[in-house]
Write a protein that binds this ligand. Structure first.
Ligand SMILES: [Zn+2]
Length: 261
């Protein structure tokens, strides 16, 4: 039986909303070294476990008018926004690529990048729980997904890892203090596993440009307001760069080579 396209796209949207709900839990718990399995989700205010009917993506937040049913404590708008974003990622991936492994590869990568962008922006950490299984997933999905050979994924992961170690050592020698976390290095290995060697270089270029254009003014402003917080969340800008490299990378590289020749 041939199922219509809208069926797969709707299924992907629902799956994405559920994954977005889980991503919220990861983003709040992993930086605090807590398990995402147990205990069950609780209200941050009164500690009451959240019932299943109060935990439905987006809908519950709207029905509860962004407040806990028991104590009335506000529930952050980050919850429904992340659920909507991940639902959109999965829906668009299946709409563009069909119910394929390529769509799974794209949607999984963008979902993990969103998780990293949030933990890095909020807590200034890039949990290994995102990047280590992420690297394995990138390598695993490379060959069967079709257009992306396993060789590229492996070389990309190695290049990303070694290149960032080099940057870390050079920066520490130049600055005379610790620079770049291990989280950034593991993140770049994962980006390489999904986008290949060219994707690593493109991500570093785009991430640096975005960091300069968006990050430095923010740092300067924050530094004036609160000097202790003048820290650049590099992972946030690498995540943005990697998302562009994943979606538009082949087109950008082709355009660049044509301009060059
Ligand atoms: Zn409560």
């Amino acid at each position: 039986m041939l199922l219509p396209e809208w069926y797969f796209v709707s299924a992907a949207v629902l799956l994405g909303a559920a994954l977005g709900s889980f991503l919220n839990v990861c983003v709040y718990r992993w930086p605090a070294e807590q398990s995402v399995i147990s205990p069950r989700s609780r209200c941050g205010g009164c500690g009451t476990p959240i019932a299943w009917y109060d935990n439905i993506p987006v809908l519950s937040w709207l029905l509860l008018r962004a407040r806990c049913r028991h104590c009335g404590q506000p529930i952050s708008v980050q919850y429904p926004l992340v659920e909507i974003a991940v639902a959109a990622i999965w829906g668009l991936a299946v709409w563009q690529l069909g119910p394929t492994l390529d769509a799974l590869r794209l949607a999984a990568f963008l979902t993990i990048l969103l998780g990293i962008a949030l933990t890095d922006a909020r807590e200034m950490v890039i949990p290994d729980q995102f990047t280590v299984p992420g690297t394995a997933l990138g390598l695993l999905l490379a060959a069967p997904a079709g257009g992306f050979p396993f060789r590229s994924a492996l070389f990309g992961a190695l290049l990303g890892y070694l290149l960032l170690w080099g940057v870390k050592l050079a920066a520490e020698r130049a600055l005379g203090k610790p620079a770049l976390g291990v989280g950034d290095i593991h993140m770049m290995a994962m980006i390489g596993a999904f986008t290949g060697p060219a994707g690593v270089l493109l991500t570093l270029f785009l991430g640096s440009v975005l960091g300069l254009v968006l990050g430095v003014p923010v740092m300067w402003l924050r530094g004036r307001l609160a000097p202790m917080q003048s820290y650049l969340p590099l992972g946030l800008f690498l995540a943005m760069g990697a998302a562009v490299a994943m979606v538009l990378g082949p087109a950008i590289i082709e355009w660049y080579l044509q301009a060059l020749l």
